[in-house]
Write a protein that binds this ligand. Structure first.
Ligand code: PEP
Ligand code: MG
Length: 873
């Protein structure tokens, strides 16, 4: 080693584990930073260095290792040689290294690792002589050829595995460990032949060539398909790149006093304290993962390697204290000496996350801020719905969009009426091309919904989420016709059983074992803490008393959206609604409306009672009238046919919807306001508690629209419930309304952002058609990073919201502001709503817990507390 040389050469791409590096995890990757921190804590870690993510990004840009990297690596190898007293590439006492990937965000098992670099024929002989362990030397060598061949040259691993299996058969043995040194030497020769046949040149004997080619291969593994898919599902940006760690080899395959294993500081399924893990005697790391041999529980190590076991227990304790989080470690024992190879925050189930967080607060390891800050809000969904047993290894038949979480099994039915019929004798899954409000009864009867068409804000998705029912939407491997369906090539008929998993979008043929939701004390404890921190109110979208009750159970503080159109369906009502639409005269229409009023009133009373004095925002009728009529071909008479034709619109989403309908047919809105006011009166009389009613007008774009509708609302209210307080407001879902929010605010007591429509109209992306078509391509090809129907497009739609907030409050400072689009239940969008200073978010009842947590995290983050970065990787 030359100190002057090191002194002259500034680090550009490479840092020793004990060398300080600015740039932390982004630069060194999770594994690199973990190794560096463990080294600095004095925990036994093999020596080595990290090649930074900068080098990987340069490799991706240039298609080659960046200039100067080889020299820099060489100087760090020289230091490693000095430190270990061994020579890299030497035949006598070779220094062997591993090359391990490690990105900034953990991507377990997605990228490559190569062990035992530095071996060739001479070095293997030298290693055998030095260690007096010939078997170990050739075992290490054959592993190198296989790993290097697979990773650097893309040779099919089966070729090597088959050769190994053939040899074991020939020797009449079961286990790898039963092969002796001569056998393994023979295997090395076989592996070299496989390599040469595939690559067209010999396995490289030069250690430095092995090393640099391995580094390049690990950089390339950032772009392998499984890593890409993983990043897509986890929302990890594609351009981060991975770091590479070059680590002195320590050997778990040296015999009965060596081994390797993985362990958790707490149970990753339940969060219980204790030691959980697996251990294999006389093995290298990949044996544990590859499942060639069955590992023993960690406890078994206590008897075989008592000192190393004690040290491991103590080290894990230290690591948990240091990171103040549950850790997942990899370790190797070489001749009874323990080495830690990795530490990172453990992946865990939602139940484990909550239990461990509560446990750590009790132990004084973390604060309540930390506990609330570190739980992934989206994970809470796992606890609220039955789910597929995570330990079951299952192959789905097809995949669609994960539109509404939870899992359900049932007999397939293709229409809503059959769903209702068949549901009487057992669970059903409603399978439709897409759903419409007509299908609502079938959706209520079904355990789950599967559609061919439609995205995250499609009718099926929104309604299913509202009901807390599993839904897989946009499953394009599904085709329907003639009372049958084909799912990825499998023909299925009505009554055949399928299972859908709305949390992942998977569809299975047949019944799959489910496990029950697990709401418990930990959940209540952590959400109770969250409520102390958050500033945003959390309300729920609920269209009926059952949803309202459920929403309150989950902690909702109001109903932010009651969509009244669902109340127009149902056996008794739809014919009256149709009569109203078909009426020739105002008087005829009024007669039908008079008959509808009691139905509506009863619905509202139920919701007001369920909410017991909390605010309830009722939105007046929004969809175009033709949605309540059958298809033209199903019209029962000529009059109906004519009316259907006259109501037909090319673009109903941009047609006679929302307040446009209310202005054209004021008697409909009058009836609704009357029903609301009467319901409020009745509930006040019955319970002694007046509901806080907010009447909301949809799709307003012009001040004049709201002025007229407010006048209508006030007039009817004064007739029906003059003594009862109420509010009148509007949704902000047309871009013009956001821009003219100052004028509109003068007519409104509140705004509620309808971000489903606001997204549709700002982006000119049809909410019914974009997903599954061009939007899927956009997401797949990275034109857009996120689905704007799931997470607010902060730069575009978000900007309009910001304008609306500023302008609205400039003319009316006390204006109440909320959001009721689907984004109200999305953690990132909730953070944005917090930042905008909204008063509340409203989401489907099942998302209320998630929203409480996400709102608390936003508040904590704002005050610089409770922000959490997972350790290691
Ligand atoms: C919205 O547009 O965001 C909204 C909540 O209304 P709907 O989804 O009923 O159009
Ligand atoms: Mg809308």
């Amino acid at each position: 080693m030359s100190d002057t040389f090191d002194f002259d050469m500034a680090n550009t791409f490479v840092y020793d584990f004990d060398e300080p590096a600015e740039g932390g995890r982004e630069l060194l990757g999770g594994k690199g930073i973990g190794l560096a921190e463990m080294t600095q804590m004095g925990i036994p870690v093999p020596a080595g260095f990290t090649i930074t993510t900068d080098a990987c990004r340069a490799y991706m840009r240039e298609g080659d290792l960046p200039q100067g990297l080889a020299e820099e690596v060489e100087s760090h190898i020289a230091r490693l040689e000095a430190r270990t007293g061994k020579q890299f590439g030497s035949a006598d006492d070779p220094l062997l290294v591993s090359v391990r990937s490690g990105a900034a965000i953990s991507m377990p098992g997605m990228m490559d690792t190569i062990l035992n670099l530095g071996l060739n024929d001479d070095a293997a002989a030298g290693l055998a002589a030095r260690t007096g362990n010939e078997r170990f030397a050739y075992d290490s060598y054959r592993r190198l050829i296989q790993m290097f061949g697979e990773t650097a040259e893309g040779i099919d691993g089966h070729l090597f595995e088959t050769a190994l299996a053939d040899l074991k058969r020939k020797r009449g043995v079961q286990l790898d460990t039963e092969l002796d040194a001569k056998d393994l030497q023979e295997l090395v020769e076989t592996f070299k032949k496989i390599y040469e046949q595939h690559v067209g040149s010999e396995f490289p004997a030069d250690a430095r060539e092995q090393l640099l080619r391995s580094v390049a291969a690990v950089f390339r593994s950032w772009g392998n398909p499984r890593a890409q898919v993983y990043r897509q599902t986890q929302g990890i940006p594609d351009d981060l790149g991975t770091a590479v760690n070059v680590v002195q080899m320590v050997f778990g395959n040296k015999g009965g006093k060596s081994g390797t294993g993985v362990a958790f500081t707490r149970n990753p399924s339940t969060g219980e304290t204790g030691l959980y893990g697996e251990f294999l005697i006389d093995a290298q790391g990949e044996d544990v993962v590859a499942g060639i041999r069955t590992p023993q529980p960690l406890e078994a190590m206590r008897d075989v390697l008592p000192e190393a076991f004690e040290q491991l227990v103590e080290t894990m304790h230290r690591l948990e204290e240091h990171y103040r989080d549950m850790q997942d470690v990899e370790f190797t024992v070489e001749d009874e000496r323990l080495y830690m190879l990795q530490t990172r925050s453990a992946k865990r189930t939602a139940a484990a996350a909550l239990h461990a967080a509560v446990g750590m607060v009790e132990e004084g390891l973390i604060s309540r801020d930390d506990a609330v800050g570190r739980i992934d809000p989206s994970q809470l969904d796992q606890l609220l719905h039955p789910m597929i047993d995570p330990s079951a290894a299952l192959e789905p038949a097809a995949k669609g969009l994960n539109a509404s979480p939870g899992a359900a099994s049932g007999a397939i039915v293709f229409d809503a009426d059959t769903a209702v019929e068949r549901a009487k004798s057992g669970p059903v899954i409603l399978v439709r091309f897409e759903t419409t409000p007509d299908d609502i009864h079938g959706m209520i009867a079904a355990q789950g919904i599967l559609t061919v068409h439609g995205g995250m804000t499609s009718h099926a998705a929104v309604v299913a989420r509202g009901m807390g029912k599993p839904c897989v939407a946009g499953c394009d491997e599904l085709s329907l016709g003639g009372g049958k369906m084909t799912l990825a090539g499998h023909a299925l008929a009505e009554g055949d059983v399928i299972t859908i998993d709305g949390g992942t979008g998977r569809v299975f043929i047949g019944e799959v074992p489910l496990v029950a939701p697990q709401l418990n004390e930990d959940f209540e404890t952590v959400l109770g803490w969250a409520d102390e921190f958050r500033r945003l109110g959390v309300w729920a979208n609920a269209d009926n008393p059952e949803d309202a009750v459920r929403a309150r159970e989950f902690g909702a503080e109001g109903v932010g959206l009651c969509r009244t159109e669902h109340m127009f369906f149902g056996e008794e009502r739809l014919p009256v609604v149709q009569e109203m639409i078909l009426a020739d005269s105002v008087a005829g229409r009024q007669a039908a409306l008079d008959r509808l009023l009691p139905f509506q009133q009863a619905d509202f009373e139920g919701i007001f009672e369920a909410m017991a004095g909390l605010p309830v925002v009722i939105r007046l009728l929004d969809p175009p009238l033709h949605e309540f009529l059958p298809a033209e071909s199903e019209a029962t008479d000529e009059k109906m046919r004519r009316r259907i034709r006259s109501l037909h619109e090319q673009n109903p989403m941009l047609g006679t919807r929302g307040c446009r309908l209310g202005i054209q047919f004021p008697e409909i809105y009058e009836m609704q306001v009357r029903a609301i006011a009467r319901a409020a009166n009745a509930v006040e009389k019955r319970t002694g508690q007046a509901p806080q009613v907010e009447v909301m007008h949809p799709l307003v774009g012009f001040r004049e629209e709201l002025r007229r509708l407010r006048a209508l609302t006030e007039r009817v209210w004064a007739e029906e419930a003059p003594g009862l307080a109420h509010r009148v407001g509007t949704m902000i879902e047309v871009p013009r309304a956001a821009l003219r929010a100052d004028e509109i605010a003068e007519e409104a007591d509140f705004f509620s952002f309808g971000t489903n429509d606001l997204t549709q109209m700002t982006l000119a992306f049809s909410r019914d058609d974009a997903e599954g078509k061009f939007l899927t391509t956009y997401l797949h090809e990275g034109v857009l990073e996120r689905n704007p129907f799931e997470t607010i497009d902060v730069d575009g739609v978000g900007d309009l919201m910001r304008i609306a907030v500023e302008r609205g409050r400039s003319s009316k400072p006390e204006l109440k502001l909320g959001i009721c689009g689907e984004h109200g239940g999305d953690p990132k969008s909730i953070a944005f709503c917090h930042e905008l200073g909204l008063d509340y978010v409203s989401c489907s009842p099942f998302r209320v817990p998630l929203a409480r947590l996400a709102a608390a995290q936003s508040a904590l983050k704002e005050s610089g507390r409770g922000s959490y970065v997972a350790a290691g990787g």
